[in-house]
Design a protein around this ligand. Sequence first.
Ligand SMILES: [Mn+2]
Length: 279
Amino acid sequence: MVTDDNYVDLTIVCLHSLVKQSPNADIILYVDGDISPYKKFKDSVNVRIVTYTIPILSDVGGKYLTVPNKDILAYRLMLLDEFKYKYDKILFLDVDTLIVDNFDELFDLSDDFIYGVNQIESHIEFLKSISLRMLYDGDIYFNSGVLLLPSKQLRRFNLFAEFLREIYIRGRYYICPEQDFINVIFENKVAISKIYNRTCSNVYYREKPKIIHYVSHTKPHIVGMMHLLLDNEIYRKYLDFVETIKEDVSPLFYKKLKDNIDNLDNFIKQNDITNFVRL
Ligand SMILES: [Mn+2]
């Protein structure tokens, strides 16, 4: 996992949930910034400082770049080049996640593929809206928030060198550089159940998730009313969990979460829409 000063509260919540659900995991957190907020995890999480980040120069993504933190995300690729000689399997995990159940079974998957949740439909829709084409032919596009990467696959490439080469040649088509790159370079992708990377507004998706991923503007402290209504269950779940570790997050973060749920309840009550919202 990698994080920076903008993600402190999200990271603390994520770590608490991960340590609770996956007590045997070998958890490594790289921090670009202050590491003191993570002192309380010293027995369960290996916290390391990022001493430099990768400045991805050029106009990668052009005006369509979708991630605010492309340099720290690119750093994850460098870490893979290091870890692929130390571990058999690596699980990439974003810090804007909440782990609600144990997912150890992912580590039993075969070494012959890489694994993630397929979001090709929304990816193609998005590309259409900005008149860009897919970077490769295929019917799988992984969200990189949760990826299971066997080292046997990672060792096939010098990932960071290949990444720079790609960025040099066609960087302006890389709108989410690190995620796009992993999708481009691995042709042997296998999709796993959405329960391992449940993003918001999978409105008709009812299976109980194991990992919830609050992508971009659906993060619990900044989310708007529409998502709160559509996915009220997973936002209540987040607040419920934070209540149990309340003293470890900033008061402002907690207040935002609480205000959001209060506003949601008021909205439901005032508009009498209990028949629409699945409470
Ligand atoms: Mn994310």
